[in-house]
Design a protein around this ligand. Structure first.
Ligand SMILES: Cc1cc2nc3c(=O)[nH]c(=O)nc-3n(C[C@H](O)[C@H](O)[C@H](O)COP(=O)(O)O)c2cc1C
Ligand code: SF4
Length: 1428
């Protein structure tokens, strides 16, 4: 309704410079102003918005104009703030929407001496807004402008506003200002002649009211300026024939007095000579339905015309709760938003409950009915004081009764003993034993004669001693700036407060300068005597837990500031997680704990953030105590100095620039700047190539990322070439986004003096649908067009490289670059030679058996990274360099290098670990990693987030538990994975031995691993660590080989110095199980078992998952059957296959280097023959086998030897603690228990789940209780979830194009609702997701698969075999969640209705023709549906 008014007012606000605040009911429910002012600062209505405005005013320039758009109810609740002097001396204009018919809000401002204006139509709203600003500037004080929905006049169109301020404002008096703007304090709104009665109306004008007054021939006067209330102006417009005056205020709350009457009579006597009314009567109009106005006006006038009229009559409904539909809807929306916020905040509250399940008392407990008073911390504090008082009374009573001993219970001795014990406990602040309290109460109840017992019983609820918490947050309503926090700290009482801050880091720049929640920490530490912690559950779960436990233990007030950033209450946990990471990483939200009782000051403040930066330094500097601490604690200062990183970087850059300038001086040709934007490195490589060639041609050329090129300095360049690839959906790559924003948003860029050209890299098939064609090379085209508009002169027309061209983007590049050289006059330069690019093969051969400069790189403290070549070589050591992509942009904007950290993967043949080994991984995850353990899709452990200086300690830690990481990645045979097989101990033992034999047999023999990671001493070593790995019989080689001439050298008998062309993977399965996906690997061994003895294996070869989007030369492939090999020879067969691949694999193109392509290129038979040529035996005919399932068997099972095994569901293999599932702690407890001399081990599955294996019957109950306590026992998930798998993807995998592990669980939840409806909850569908086509979670063998293309977009595959026996096929390209759900739900439904007996979903899709089957990898790209 008041959208028009909002628009009219917004026009004026936009024309006034200053700060704008918009209040809204919740983050998710916006106000009608939010759309007009996207950059305005949003304040939540329940959070005392005017307190924030007040804080802002205290630190902002005196003459700044501040606008607040808000609601009547908000103004009413914030009345106390307006008594602050600051509103009396600052230009604050509030535009207040009044849609509740409650004008008592207007009159509530009567004693505050601020001008109050009321407008009632669009035109008026615009005019009055103007008036408000003129008055604010003139008077230097706050102005309140109320506006109501216009219901008595038709809406007029808004005039375009020119200047808001009157030209001669300084010289005008206030009443002249109003006159100039044509605003009268009172206005007659109807036309009547010779009226005898007049109504002065302070309320919402309606057509019905105007008509009713006219009908009664009564003058209706509307109040336009309520303050100052100029009676003289009113009297001046009332004709002399009017005899009676009714002062009518509209109000939906009943009042016993009329402020209007007071306003009128306060100065009427002064002007009575002007106009003498026979009667002046006050009345109230409540809420009137439109047909009730007539009778109300008629009765009002009947009363005033009567001989002795009654004062203060009320017409219509008052005290009605909801007056208009829109306000009702708004309240409902608000309640919904608060409930959503409450759900989000449960992350903290639930943890509090876990810490203290029996004694937790949240004083301002929320429940759906009591939003308001009861959730206010001050209310909670009051109730705390009351409880304390009551308990004191109980203590005195008990004390006295014990002394008097007048009880008449069945066992007085026992009662007195219990009561004495209670007294002692309660006085010591100890935990009260609930059972004793129950006994006391029961005994007291047996006393029916004395009043002592009944007196005590009446206070029985205070026997309990709770830990008391107040919660302050968006959902729980808080009072931060003022009394809430202060009262608590000053009380010195044992009470805890959890303050949840939901302001996202991204919003911080908009934040008011005042009392931010995180600053409460400083305030509390300064005050003293208070435990303070700053925590973030999505950054460190453990730290929150520590803080809660410490706060509860602390005997005095505690404040825990908890971060939970969200933009909307409906935000997903993933968004919250990403926001949290940015805030913690940047130092905006530091994690710390402060306990004032610890005397050693350097220990009383514990900094838990792993990264400290500038903001934190500022934060610490603001407080003396902490600055002193920082000076005292060298580790703090060191960290802070490290944060001067960006300064050091600037310096480095300057030096580099200077040396570059020097270098260029030696060249004589024209200057050329090559600017690139690239995500994956192609555009960057092209740019560097252009630069090299330009230098070779004598040009003064430099190359840099586009974001390092200043938009302002662009006009000073001479020749610039821009090379950009295309990311996302036609978006600029990350390192060009900022530059592009600059170019796009500048209006006055004059590029007439520069010559430029743009080359784009894209893929015309990346978004294959017709309607998406414009995404092809979009950034390059957009940039080219803009540069053209700004007057730049083209060196050569835009060049476009297309991945689909025969030579990829080089096809377009070669044409384009030739034109550039011609344009620059250097096309005929001779002898420009391109150095050959360094390939992985070069790197391997030059690495001295995988050493490279890894050891030196580890010593370099100037960066968290290692060199590009070492990044390739460390893979062979099981180590990948990664960076946290969630905070990549943020760090870049701060001038910091990416948050580099390493992933370390174990070589874990057979996928099993002893409890001691598990405990070591658990410890290393916490101490060296990011606090989580990943179970991989190849059944090993992986740790993430290990920073460079922790790498060596982490690897040594693993080796101290006889775990190594050699060959876990790289171009070698990797971890050998075997079936988990919980049902059959004997067979599992045999395949485990074979797996270990193959792994050790094919292990690289380089001593580089031992030399780099294990040799010598390290301060992280624990006693005995070194002896453990030095005396280990297997694993990484420790000594070089002695060769002729007494030289010791590294020797790789199987690999040679160049190792394999690509990675190589081997797995073993035992039918009918296929939990390893036997068809997906280079070699798949299917065990043939006779009477529990493994006689040999059917050997499959040439499986592989990796492919590249839109590159049809790449494809996933299911392995081909080679035949049967006996058990004793199988490792030799594997070796020889590996050797043929070593010699025949394609080393020129890594996208074509896997065994699968070698086999397809040679043909299965030829390849097999080559293998047999190296063997002294032939592959036999494959033995019969039957595979039934590739999913895990969840829950408990017993093997034939009587050992118990439990397969736990670990979603996507991520072992971590969350509020809902504290699984990491649970598994640690289980490992600790089993480690105490019991039997038991951990087994990992290729589906990323975990078995607690070999548990003896005696330990079963204990393990079961631990499983249940830590929520590990639940396997009652939908069969879809149990059969699902996702790869890691964001934030750590550098290749991820879309989310995977963090998103699949959410998507499955959305599908599950429909599965329930179709009765499919228990029907397994193998569904997998990966963030890119490399296929780590083997998506190509799933019945349903989603493979990431760009953030939020996936290719959908259907038709894979349920047991992993058949590849799937692309069904739709690049679809988003809505489309995924729209496709899958109906398909699932159809399957539920039309499937044949026992028919799986993948087979069904093929049978009914939804998708064609992929019978061989080579044909994966054939028969894709046209509409895909
Ligand atoms: C996630 C992703 C999204 C892409 N989106 C587009 C696109 O919208 N339009 C296009 O023409 N090419 C698109 N491409 C293709 C790339 O621009 C192209 O492969 C280019 O060579 C990559 O260069 P870079 O390694 O410098 O980033 C996309 C590639 C990726 C990986
Ligand atoms: S499939 Fe791609 S995104 Fe996922 S982990 Fe593997 S490489 Fe990374």
């Amino acid at each position: 309704m008041s959208v028009y008014q909002a628009e009219a007012i917004a026009q004026i606000v936009s024309a006034v410079e200053g700060t704008v605040y918009v209040t809204q009911p919740s983050k998710a429910v916006s106000s009608s102003f939010s759309t007009h002012f996207p950059d305005a600062q949003i304040l939540i209505e329940s959070n005392d918005p005017y307190s924030s405005v007040q804080n802002y005013l205290e630190s902002s320039p005196q003459d700044e104009i501040v606008t607040v758009t808000t609601t009547g109810a908000t103004v009413f609740k914030n009345l106390p703030f307006f008594s602050s002097k600051i509103f009396d001396s600052r230009r604050v204009v509030s535009h207040i929407e009044l849609d509740s018919f409650d004008f008592s809000i207007v009159t509530s401002l009567r004693d505050l001496n601020f001008p109050v204006l009321i407008s009632q139509s669009t035109a008026e709203a615009q005019l009055f807004a103007s008036l408000a600003y003129n008055l604010a500037v003139k008077l230097n004080k706050a102005i309140f402008h109320f506006y109501t929905p216009a219901t008595y006049k038709a809406e007029t169109s808004i005039k375009s506003s020119q200047g808001v301020f009157l030209k001669n404002l300084e010289d005008l008096e206030v009443d002249q200002i109003a006159k100039e703007l044509n605003v009268n304090a009172f206005e007659i709104v109807n036309k009547v002649s010779n009226a005898k009665d007049a109504i002065l109306y302070l309320g919402q004008l309606t057509k019905e009211l105007v008509d009713a007054s006219t009908k009664e021939n009564t003058l209706l006067i509307s109040v336009k300026v309520y303050q100052p209330f100029e009676v003289s102006s009113l009297l001046s417009i009332i004709p002399s024939n009017v005899e009676t005056l009714s002062l009518v205020q509209q109000s939906t709350t009943s009042t016993s007095f009329s402020p209007l009457l007071l306003d009128f009579f306060s100065s009427y006597s002064k002007y009575q000579s002007l106009k003498n009314f026979t009667k002046v009567v006050a009345a109230t109009f409540g809420y009137l339905q439109s047909d009730k106005y007539e009778s109300a006006v008629s009765n009002l006038l009947a009363n005033v015309r009567s001989a002795s009229p009654v004062q203060n009559l009320t017409f219509g409904k008052v005290n009605t709760e909801l007056t208009t539909k829109s306000s009702k809807a708004k309240l409902e929306e608000q309640a919904k938003a608060i409930s959503s916020a409450y759900v989000l905040e449960q992350a903290y509250v639930k943890l509090l409950q876990q810490v203290n399940p029996s004694n937790l008392h949240i004083l301002n407990e929320y429940n759906a009915e009591n939003i308001g008073l009861e959730t206010n911390p001050e209310f909670g504090y009051g109730s705390f004081l009351y409880n304390q008082e009551q308990q004191q009374e109980l203590i005195s009573l008990v004390f006295k009764s014990i002394q008097d001993n007048t009880f008449q219970t069945t066992n007085n001795t026992a009662l007195i003993e219990l009561l004495t014990k209670w007294l002692v406990q309660v006085r010591e602040g100890g935990v009260i034993d609930k059972k004793s309290v129950e006994e006391i109460v029961n005994l007291l109840k047996t006393d029916e004669t004395t009043s002592t017992s009944s007196d005590i019983l009446s206070l029985a609820e205070y026997f309990a001693v709770n830990t008391n918490w107040l919660v302050g947050s968006d959902a729980w309503a808080y009072d931060l700036g003022s009394s809430g926090v202060h009262n608590l700290i000053a009380s010195g009482k044992n009470i805890n407060m959890l303050v949840i801050d939901s302001e996202p880091y991204g919003e911080k720049s908009k934040s008011i300068n005042g009392f931010r929640k995180k600053d409460i920490g400083l305030y509390a530490m300064n005050y003293g005597g208070c435990y303070v912690a700053s925590v973030a559950i999505y950054s460190s779960y453990t730290q929150v837990l520590q803080a809660f436990i410490e706060a509860e233990k602390f005997n005095g007030p505690s404040i825990v500031l908890a971060y939970l950033p969200y933009n909307k209450e409906t935000d997903s946990t993933l968004t919250i997680l990403q926001e949290t990471k940015k805030a913690v990483d940047s130092g905006y939200w530091p994690l710390y704990r402060y306990d004032p009782t610890i005397e050693d000051e350097s220990k009383s403040f514990k900094l838990d953030s792993s990264n400290l930066r500038k903001q934190l330094q500022e934060f610490l500097e603001r407080d003396n105590r902490l600055t002193l601490l920082a000076a005292k604690d060298p580790s703090l200062s060191r960290n802070l100095i490290a944060n001067a990183g960006s300064e050091a970087k600037d310096k480095q850059k300057k030096i580099a620039d200077e040396s570059y300038a020097q270098l260029l001086q030696g060249l004589s040709g024209p200057p050329l700047t090559v600017a690139f934007a690239s995500d994956g490195g192609n555009a960057e490589a092209v740019a560097k190539k252009v630069n090299r060639q330009a230098l070779g041609r004598g040009l003064k050329s430099i190359v840099l990322a586009m974001d390092d090129l200043s938009v302002e300095d662009l006009p000073n360049e001479t020749n610039v070439v821009f090379i950009t690839s295309t990311s996302g959906q036609g978006e600029f790559p990350t390192n060009g986004k900022q530059f592009w924003d600059g170019v796009k948003n500048t209006t006055d860029l004059d590029l007439a003096a520069i010559k430029y050209s743009v080359f784009g890299l894209g893929d015309s098939q990346y978004w294959p649908r017709k309607e998406d064609k414009h995404y092809y090379n979009k950034p390059a085209k957009d940039l080219n067009a803009k540069l053209n508009i700004y007057g730049g002169v083209e060196l050569a027309e835009i060049g476009l490289g297309d991945d689909q061209d025969p030579d990829g983007y080089n096809t377009g590049f070669n044409d384009w670059i030739a034109k550039i050289w011609t344009a620059l006059g250097v096309d005929n330069v001779e002898g420009v030679e391109e150095p050959k690019p360094i390939t992985n093969e070069d790197m391997k051969i030059g690495s001295n058996f995988l050493r490279g400069t890894i050891a030196e790189g580890l010593q370099d403290q100037s960066t968290g990274a290692i060199s590009a070549v070492d990044q390739q070589l460390t893979k062979f050591h099981g180590i990948y360099m990664q960076d946290d992509r969630d905070i990549r942009d943020e760090r870049k904007s701060q001038g910091l290098e990416p948050a580099y950290a390493f992933m370390v993967r174990l070589r874990l043949p057979g996928g099993k670990a002893t409890p001691a080994q598990y405990l070591k991984m658990d410890e290393l995850a916490d101490v060296r990693g990011n606090g989580t353990i990943k179970l991989t899709t190849r059944a090993t452990f992986q740790l993430h987030g290990i920073v460079k200086h922790d790498l060596k300690p982490a690897i040594r830690g693993m080796n101290s538990a006889l775990l190594d990481t050699l060959a876990a990645c790289g171009d070698v045979n990797r971890n050998v994975m075997i079936s988990a097989l919980p049902q059959n101990a004997k067979v599992h033992a045999q395949i485990s031995d074979v797996g270990t034999l193959i792994s050790e047999h094919l292990l690289p023999q380089t001593t580089a691993y031992h030399e780099i990671w294990l040799q010598g001493e390290d301060e992280s070593d624990k006693p005995g660590d070194r002896e453990t790995w030095e005396t280990r019989k297997v694993g990484p080689t420790k000594k070089k080989t002695l060769v002729a001439g007494n030289a010791l050298v590294d020797y790789e008998p199987l690999y040679g110095p160049t190792y394999l062309p690509r990675k190589f993977k081997i797995v073993i399965t035992v039918p009918p199980f296929n939990d390893v996906d036997v068809y997906a690997h280079d070699i798949g061994l299917i065990a043939i078992v006779e009477d529990n003895i493994v006689t040999g294996f059917n050997l499959l070869a040439g499986g592989g998952m990796g492919s590249t989007h839109n590159n049809k030369k790449t494809y996933p492939r299911a392995a081909s059957m080679f035949g049967y090999v006996s058990k004793d020879k199988v490792h030799i067969a594997c070796e020889k296959i590996m050797l043929v691949q070593r010699d025949f694999g394609d080393r020129t193109n890594r996208k074509h280097a896997r065994l699968k392509y070698t086999i397809d290129d040679l043909g299965v038979e030829v390849f097999k023959q080559k293998v047999e040529d190296l063997l002294d035996f032939k592959f036999e005919e494959p033995r019969e086998f039957k595979i039934e399932s590739n999913v895990d068997y969840f829950g408990w099972t017993k093997d034939e030897l009587g050992f118990n095994h439990f397969t736990a569901f670990i979603e996507n293999g991520r072992i971590e603690d969350t509020v809902e599932l504290p699984q990491k702690t649970g598994l640690k407890k289980i490992a600790q228990y089993l480690n105490g001399g019991r039997s038991g081990e951990f087994r990992l599955t290729g589906n990323q789940h975990l078995l607690i294996s070999n548990v003896e019957d005696v330990d079963l109950d204990h393990i079961k209780s631990l499983l249940s306590e830590y929520k590990l026992s639940n396997t009652d998930f939908s069969a879809l979830r149990l059969s699902s798998a996702a790869c890691v993807a964001f934030p750590t995998c550098g290749l991820a194009m879309a989310e995977s592990e963090r998103y699949l669980p959410e998507l499955i939840t959305k599908l599950e609702e429909s599965l329930e409806d179709y009765g499919l909850r228990h029907d397994s569908i193998v569904m997998r997701m990966t963030g890119c086509p490399n296929g780590c979670a083997r998506p190509w063998l799933a019945e349903v698969a989603l493979v990431g293309k760009a953030l939020g977009a996936y290719n959908l595959m259907l038709g894979g075999g349920h047991h992993g026996e058949r590849l799937n096929k692309i069904y739709r390209y690049s679809i988003k969640e809505d489309e995924i759900l729209d496709i899958l739900k109906p398909l699932f439904k159809r399957w539920s209705l039309e499937r044949e007996d026992g028919e799986h979903f993948g087979d069904f899709c093929v049978r009914v023709g939804v998708i064609k089957p992929t019978l061989e990898g080579r044909y994966f790209h054939d028969d894709i549906p046209e509409e895909a």
